[in-house]
Design a protein around this ligand. Sequence first.
Ligand code: PFF
Length: 454
Amino acid sequence: MAANRTSIHGQWSSRWIFILAATGSAVGLGNIWRFPYETAENGGGAFVLVYLVCIALVGLPVLMAETMIGRRGRQSPINSMKSLAEEEQCSRYWQLVGIFGVAAGFLILTFYSVVAGWTLSYVFRALSGVFSHSSVAQIQNMFAALTSDPLRLLAWHTIFMAMTIVVIARGVKGGLEQAVRFLMPVLFALVLVLVCYSLTMPGLSQAIAYLFKPDFSQINPGTILSGLGHAFFTLSLGMGAIMAYGAYLPEHISIPRASLTIAALDTCVALLAGIAIFPIMFSYGLQPHEAGAGLIFKVLPIAFGKMPMGNIIGLLFFVLLMFAAWTSAISLMEPATAWLVERKGLTRVRAAAYTGGLAWVLGIGSLLSLNLWSKVKLFGMTFFGLVEYLSVNIMLPLGGLLIAVFAGWFMSRASTSDELNLTGYGYKAWKLGVRFIAPLGVLLIMLHTLFGIF
Ligand code: PFF
């Protein structure tokens, strides 16, 4: 390959390790917490269909572009964008795309850790067997009791952030690789166990129809834009996470094939999570569309409390969710850590401690806004709401849009085709995706989320 740089942070040992790490980043709270309630709120099968189309048309080309930029730059997203802009003789302001990405990932980490803390807390609740001796009202109150107690939230947030710092501090080979080598196979196994259990439930056929029989009348601009936004979030795009992981990808590995595998695995886990979750709800007469974002915390434990082996199934479910959140949080912390190592010459341990420490402090703002600061509003939003809105609704799509534009319009054909190792129709299809479909799609999301157009 023409660029010939090497990463100072190390390299993945194999194609499969990269695939596990990137899938670990992609599979997270987005697949197991967000996907079911987005599906429930956006018309079931209609949303699933739109989401699948968006993954194929927009997600995949941008995933390939991010991995490609990362591998060609071989540094943190900020420095990779800087080096590639120089190499392609473009404005050095393209570096801002990397800065944006790293900042967005960092901001997402601040509240992701708070929500991941809820999953830790539910792991312990499931372990104590409390779901089986609680009434429906008690289970619903548990969620409110947790979010209204700042000290408990702080304790879980601290533990989760520390778990993430430990992995990042140990480096690419000693930390990230070891973590995904163990966590991802367990995660896949847990999904399969839960799916097998759900396949025996009476609500299965209702759930399958709900997920896979699209009611076309439910497809409207709102559904399409939600599907597109979710495709972006679930594949960890627009934030530098995949770019950072791409920097550690050995040269001989095919980016299109790896990207296809990652997108397919992420989508399978989301669909399998749906097949695990909805039959449980339908079998116990629980309605998914009423619960909103608290769906899996407020509704599923009711079913766990009633079903045979419910405590074990509940435990497996929340362990799955915690592992999924952990491997994603790692990828949120890596870009800023790698940049601190490159820029300030810090050791990884220090860089991870600084990144995680600062994210922990900002996360306290988010957890307080669930209780003590719930009345404090900035631009009409709580602190949590504002950080989430800024990072997910503005920085992420803008980052994705700019990455697609840079790869599609500013990188030369020689470097993209060389790095992707693609020619012919495959290359043309990718180019169509990054030049037109992805930028236009993202522009639509932004117009919708920012100005309520459509
Ligand atoms: N893809 C993750 C999920 O679905 O939960 C969320 C995420 C992780 C977004 C890492 C962005 C990122 F950089």
